[in-house]
Design a binder for this molecule. Sequence first.
Ligand SMILES: [Mn+2]
Length: 320
Amino acid sequence: MNDAAGVRRFIEGRRLLVVAGHKEPDGDCIASQLAVAALAGRLGTPSLLLSAGPFDRPEIEDFAGRFSASAEGADLGPGAAAVIVDCSTPDRTGSVGPALAGLACLVIDHHSSGEVFGDVRYVDPAAPSTSALVLAIHESLGVPVDRDTARLLLFGLCTDTGFFRHLGTDSAETFRAVARLTERGTSTAEAFMMVYGRRSLASRKLLARMLERTLSLANDALLVSWQTLADREAVGAAPRGEEDLYRLLQTVKGNRAVVFLKEEEAGRWSVGLRSNPGIDVGVVALGFGGGGHRQAAGCDIAGTLESVRAAVVAALLPLL
Ligand SMILES: [Mn+2]
């Protein structure tokens, strides 16, 4: 049972709270880290924001300056503790992970698969975002949410819900939370521009390439696309744009799952999986040593485009 009072007890009286999230951070991760730091501040505890980065998603670029890539120079001796947000496993923290080892640890997360770690856990796989949990903690404790924190929390929520389009009939409380955040002085208009309003033309050209080559299997039930190092070089774009690709491909009639392969470096591919309810791609990702949610998951696979694509397709086709 999640206990906000336990979160307060964990934070209060600490000399330093190190607040970490996952590598390759997204809007929910960044927003949750910043909002936890704000909460700690309200409870009188100073914090250090750590992130392995990179801050290459356009929606989080502007936040990079508020995070450190290492705890060098910080005193992590007695009185220090860690909060890890939005991570299903401790190794998701990436290069900042080793600095956290040995610290008392509070975990705030909403992932459905992973491992149980940390000393105090505030975890709800039914929550639409970690930022929604951070809001719930503020509200349970009666800690005021200022406008800047409200803006961040709504941004995080909008990021992870694909601007609410992944939400089902059990989401009334999420919309009540949106109403409360709106009353704090933020808006969905503001959040929309934070999430989607900062794309480069080069990234749109990269998206065109990915759409153009999409492979269809099982009458469009499974759509597969990819992005290579050469693609990014050709259009001069950063390695991003997959969220737009998923959004567009998942609107195809009859589609039930989307696979996106991204060549991170020669011979190493990150695999993104998205699906409709009823198809658990989290299990597929887990089978390749990755993880995530039932409808959105990922893993890393080494190999050629052809070998990686064949392996993932073979794992997914039986589920369709
Ligand atoms: Mn999240």
